[in-house]
Design a protein around this ligand. Structure first.
Ligand SMILES: *Cc1c(COP(=O)(O)O)cnc(C)c1O
Length: 493
């Protein structure tokens, strides 16, 4: 049912209160007028403690999250966040550490950062790691700034272009453009990989490098990756690896060995730190020894005496983030890597890939595949159901909400029409996958027999179809009695 619960303001009544202040035991005095607030408090609600608690608890239960449901959002790797990591991040020595307390009083925190740098470098085959960037997108921005600094330092000032495949995530062209370089698109071939002919035609002494996601956003491994890297290098360019899909190759392939020069790790995707609204992100970056002097600092190193200290590389592009990155996320990622171990991380990728292929194999008769190939950790299908009139991917996604699933990514990658990009992750049981598959098959049948069920979906969520553009551009963030009354009347009619 579509319901709008009474807003907390509507419970308000003069004189209600949620705290009992102790009796005044000092002489009463007037506050100086200058300290009195002049505005804004007139319509503050007056409520009891239980009313406030119920309000906030109720709205917190309206979140969809990997703690409450299957969350197969493709490209984003929304996997379960083990609670062990939360405990580690809350240790007082980490949570209460002050970023200015100095190296001598921060040896434990520095050791953790140093070990995380080492571990990420080992897992990816890179010589140096900076934990500064706050997200994958900022890691991309960092990487292209480092490429530019590297070329300029060598007196190579004419490299003004960055190659980006047409399957790329929007952040790739956006971050490259933010550095002032020009984005040149490279086409994909019929197998869903980089079109080598098109790539060759776009190589020139003007390229600073290429940004590539491998496996790519069609969920496919770029099996010509070694040749792609050689081509770009032979034109004097550098290879940026978008590590958002690292979950598919942990312990199996190292980007540094495939030929990449630089990459970001989305700690909030692959390394289980909370995603999206669940916490700040972390987009640590790794690179080859040749690019290490340009990394944003400070980094952590260990001296001959065994003590840890911050240092900034000699030709650093500067800071990307205040203090030391999102430190709480570094603790969680460290805990993840250490609790999984090398064999555990490899198993993560093996099971993630197996799960995606299981879904692909059991749905491809009803939902056409973007490309008929074995996939990596996510599968891209199309919401084009045979015999279903006027049903679109968006309708399928909305109907999944009625069945208690978070929808997959839709309409991305842009090169796949009606894309449904499903990433189950390794933490889901066969039973959950089977429930999801059965539901997708039911929806395909409904699409043919009762398409209105899909067009009207979701009917069981707290709200129906939202105007997503208006919700993003003109959000109503404050209580507005008139707007609420209007919404409720609209829904009731
Ligand atoms: C998520 C994602 C990014 C951006 O990462 P953020 O951490 O969200 O900034 C870049 N590329 C791909 C392929 C992604 O899925």
């Amino acid at each position: 049912m579509d319901t709008y619960d009474p807003h907390i303001y509507e419970f308000s009544a003069p004189g209600k209160q949620g705290v009992n202040l102790p009796r005044l035991d000092v002489p009463e005095a007037e506050l100086p007028a200058a300290l009195l607030r002049q505005d804004g408090m007139n319509d503050f609600p007056e409520l009891t403690e239980p009313e406030v608690i119920r309000h906030f608890t109720r709205i917190s239960q309206r979140n969809a999250s990997p703690d409450t449901c299957f969350y197969p959002l493709g490209s984003c790797t929304v996997k379960y966040n083990p609670k062990l990591h939360e405990e580690a991040a809350r240790y007082a020595g980490f949570a209460a550490a002050h970023p200015l307390q100095g190296d001598a009083l921060s040896q434990g925190a520095l050791r953790l950062m140093y070990e995380l740098q080492q571990d990420l470098g080992e897992i990816s085959g890179f010589d140096a790691v900076s934990l500064q960037p706050a997200a994958g997108a900022q890691g991309e921005f960092t990487g292209i700034l480092v490429f530019r600094a590297y070329h300029c330092h060598r007196g190579d000032h004419e490299r003004t272009e960055v190659l980006v495949p047409d399957s790329a995530h929007g952040t790739n062209p956006a971050t490259a453009a933010m550095t002032g370089l020009k984005v040149v698109e490279v086409k994909s071939d019929a197998r869903g990989n980089v079109d080598l002919e098109d790539l060759r035609s776009k190589l020139s002494p003007r390229i600073a490098g290429m940004m590539l996601t491998n496996p790519n956003t069609v969920g496919l491994f770029e099996d010509q990756i070694v040749e792609i890297c050689e081509l770009v290098h032979s034109a004097g360019g550098l290879m940026y690896g978008d590590g958002a899909n690292f979950n598919a190759i942990l312990g199996i392939a190292k980007p540094g060995e495939l030929g990449f020069d630089f990459m970001h790790y989305n700690l909030h995707k692959t390394f289980t730190t909370p995603h999206g609204g669940g916490g700040p992100g972390s987009g640590a970056v790794g690179c080859t020894a040749a690019l290490a002097p340009f990394l944003p600092g400070p980094l952590v190193r260990q001296g001959a005496d065994g003590r840890y200290a911050f240092f900034t590389p000699e030709k650093s592009i500067g800071r990307m983030k205040a203090f030391h990155g999102n430190f709480g996320m570094l603790v969680r990622a460290w805990a993840y890597i250490r609790s999984m171990g090398a064999t555990g991380l490899r198993e993560v990728s093996e099971v993630a890939v197996l799960n995606a292929n299981y879904i692909r194999a059991r749905l491809k008769d009803l939902y056409p595949q973007a490309v008929d190939r074995i996939c990596m950790h996510e599968t891209v299908l199309k919401g084009q159901i045979a015999g279903a009139q006027g049903v679109r991917t968006l309708d399928i996604a909305k109907r999944l909400i009625d069945y208690g699933f978070h929808p997959p990514t839709v309409y991305f990658p842009l090169i796949v029409p009606e894309a449904l990009m499903i990433e189950p992750t390794e933490t889901e049981s066969k039973r959950t996958l089977d429930d999801f598959i059965d539901t997708m098959r039911t929806i395909a049948r409904e699409a043919v027999e009762h398409p209105d069920l899909l067009h009207q979906a979701p009917t069981k969520a707290p709200v129906r179809r939202l105007d997503e553009v208006r919700a993003a551009r003109q959000p109503i963030l404050r209580y507005n009695a008139e707007a609420f009354a209007k919404l409720r009347a609209e829904r009731a009619s």
